[in-house]
Design a protein around this ligand. Structure first.
Ligand SMILES: Nc1ncnc2c1ncn2[C@@H]1O[C@H](COP(=O)(O)OP(=O)(O)OP(=O)(O)O)[C@@H](O)[C@H]1O
Ligand SMILES: [Mg+2]
Length: 139
């Protein structure tokens, strides 16, 4: 049913739940899985060398988030691809889903945000509103 699953992760416990769910689905459906981590744009006004240092630090953080998700996913039968991209999570996930023709997006209901009362974070809400394909929100 689903052949190209897209998973967004931010290092939160919710996105780890999402990673495990995406992996289970990929296994059941013999699907490919693409894991995406978005990181915030580094402002150019920082100037050098601060600009480069900030970019290096963000990439390192994103790499750690990705590695944790790869571990949670484990073995999948199809292709496992990963991407670290600049921008807001929702923008990045929506853009990738369109370009890569994903047929399912998997995300956590919440992320690292501090507003505990919310059922859905702003990024999962935005993806739900604009996604070109079905979205699974994992809690
Ligand atoms: N930087 C990111 N890169 C990739 N996926 C992300 C990123 N941030 C969030 N997500 C995905 O979206 C899900 C929901 O996170 P979201 O950011 O919407 O909630 P939140 O952090 O609780 O709230 P908010 O960011 O609105 O304060 C996460 O579990 C994860 O799957
Ligand atoms: Mg968030």
């Amino acid at each position: 049913m689903f052949k190209n699953i897209l998973l967004g992760v931010d290092g939160s416990k919710y996105s780890i739940h999402a990673a495990k769910m995406a992996a289970a689905l990929a296994c059941c459906m013999d699907a490919n899985l693409r894991i995406v981590v978005a990181h915030a744009t580094v402002p150019a006004y920082l100037g050098e060398p601060n600009f480069q240092h900030a970019i290096t630090a963000r990439l390192k953080e994103s790499r750690a988030v990705l590695d944790e998700a790869i571990e949670a996913v484990g073995e999948v039968p199809g292709e496992l691809k990963t991407e670290i991209l600049e921008g807001s999570a929702a923008e990045v996930i929506l853009r990738v889903a369109e370009i890569r023709n994903n047929d399912l997006i998997v995300m956590g209901s919440r992320g690292l945000g501090q507003l505990r009362g919310l059922l859905l974070g702003s990024q999962s809400q935005k993806v739900l509103q604009h996604a070109p394909c079905p979205v699974m929100i994992v809690r």
